[in-house]
Design a protein around this ligand. Structure first.
Ligand SMILES: [Zn+2]
Length: 63
């Protein structure tokens, strides 16, 4: 757990597979370690996001 959280600190998040969703332009998900909203980069890997549309997309995905 400590290792995973430290990866988050370096900007390397790991998505919960059950929370991964396509919002029309990109993959969005919730990080399984720190629970933050993340989106997938084009080259691969996940980045934390504060984009409002992504946050809303994740909320609707939980219903
Ligand atoms: Zn994280």
């Amino acid at each position: 757990m400590v290792l995973r959280l430290s990866l988050c600190l370096f900007g390397r998040h790991i998505p919960r597979r059950s929370r991964v969703k396509w919002d029309g332009t990109q993959f969005i998900a919730t990080c399984r370690s720190c629970e933050c909203a993340i989106h997938r980069k084009r080259k691969g890997g996940w980045r934390k996001t504060t984009d409002e549309s992504v946050l809303q997309g994740l909320q609707t995905a939980r219903r």
